[in-house]
Design a protein. Structure first.
Length: 175
């Protein structure tokens, strides 16, 4: 089956598993590097046309084929599923390579571009088109936070008052 190279526009990542050496192993012991990328329908037009062309080129019009995109019913955005068994290469916003030890933490909300190959597949009774991941361009990383008091404004309610007589290890409790 013919493979076609793709490069996405900048999209918003959902559930990325892209950290070097840390693929998602929940459903595959070998692991997968993967992410969902969200685009407006206008931004997604070229990539959906590429995927649909691959579908039409590989399979008959009446075949039931799995596609790597779907529309979000609430927002109307198009969500693409992109994955690979192999670790992608990483690039910064200027196109410079990023070494594995310098790849920032990438959480949902990061702005990324992806490139790789679009290809049809047949696996048993399943037929479909997949977007295989080869490289990631980090436009604007979003790293997780552990949360801090600075996240909240004071409100009325429970207050944990410090007891000046309490031992730091909690050994003053009578149980």
């Amino acid at each position: 089956m013919q493979k076609v190279k793709y490069v996405t526009k900048a999209g918003i990542a959902q559930y990325p598993w892209l950290q070097p050496g840390r693929p998602d192993t929940a459903f595959d012991d070998a692991g997968k590097y993967k992410l969902n990328l969200r685009f407006s329908p206008e931004e997604a037009k070229d990539l959906t046309a590429l995927v649909d062309g691959a579908r039409d080129g590989h399979f008959g019009a009446k075949d039931s084929v799995r596609l790597p995109y779907k529309a979000d019913e609430e927002t109307g955005e198009i969500i693409f599923t992109i994955s690979s068994k192999f670790q992608p290469k990483y690039f910064d916003s200027k196109g410079n390579p990023i070494t594995e030890d310098k790849v920032p933490l990438l959480y949902s909300g990061s702005t990324l571009r992806a490139s790789g190959m679009c290809e049809g597949y047949v696996s048993g009774v399943n037929k479909g088109v997949a977007l295989r991941l080869a490289a990631i361009q980090v436009i604007e990383p979003v790293s997780g936070t552990s949360g801090s008091a600075g996240d909240f404004e004071p409100v009325e309610g429970f207050t944990a008052a410090a007891d000046p007589n309490a031992d730091a290890d909690g050994s003053d409790f009578d149980f």
